[in-house]
Design a protein around this ligand. Structure first.
Ligand code: NAD
Length: 171
């Protein structure tokens, strides 16, 4: 069996990793799709599709899942009604989807693809929104992401980028 797991991964954090480890206990292979791959340099989506791919590959090595995962970037489209077909045409085949995102669950269910909802892992702590807020406020965030992700974000100046794109122009 091969499962699909989609996220924006802004950034990839330990909640995502816990879900992947759970999925890996239930299926042989996982297709990880990097959604909104076209977005970067905004307060909600600071990292590029390529940067998120690096974060995920390195983290998969740390938890010994790299050999069982495909990672594919996917751009958003304007039409939700055909999004599942768009996705299916761009990524390796899969038998089921794991997601808790209500829109994602709805669109795959309507398309007849089986959906499983994984348990949430300390969502108040492990959330992209909360982690980006900690970064902007110069508070501790490194412990909420895999070591490799923290190292990449520092190397890329990711916190400085996030702070600068979140600034208003003063108008
Ligand atoms: P995300 O990175 O916020 O979350 C990814 C998954 O991880 C979700 O299922 C979420 O519930 C889960 N998760 C997050 N924190 C968790 C935790 N602590 N414990 C357990 N699970 C946790 O990404 P997302 O916003 O759900 O990504 C959906 C993507 O699909 C987006 O890029 C969106 O644009 C895309 N999409 C696009 C279209 C379109 O183009 N028309 C339509 C639907 C969805």
């Amino acid at each position: 069996m091969r499962a699909l797991y989609i996220g924006r991964f802004q950034p990839y954090h330990l909640g995502h990793q816990a879900v992947l480890e759970k999925i890996a206990g239930e299926v042989e292979e996982i297709v990880i799709v990097i959604g909104s791959a076209q977005d970067s340099h905004t307060p909600e989506n600071p990292f590029t599709g390529g940067e998120r791919m690096e974060m995920i590959y390195e983290s998969l090595s740390e938890c010994h899942l790299r050999d069982r995962c495909y990672v594919a970037p996917l751009q958003d489209i304007q039409r939700n009604s055909i999004w599942v077909s768009h996705l299916q045409s761009m990524v390796p085949r899969f038998d089921m989807v794991y997601s808790n995102n209500p829109l994602v669950v709805r669109l795959f269910s309507e398309a007849g693809v089986p959906v499983r909802k994984p348990p949430m892992f300390q969502r108040e702590l492990y959330s992209g929104t909360a982690i980006r807020r900690l970064m902007r406020e110069h508070k501790d965030w490194e412990g909420l992401v895999p070591d490799a992700v923290a190292a990449f974000i520092k190397e890329w100046g990711g916190v400085e980028r996030l702070i600068s794109v979140a600034k208003s122009d003063g108008a």
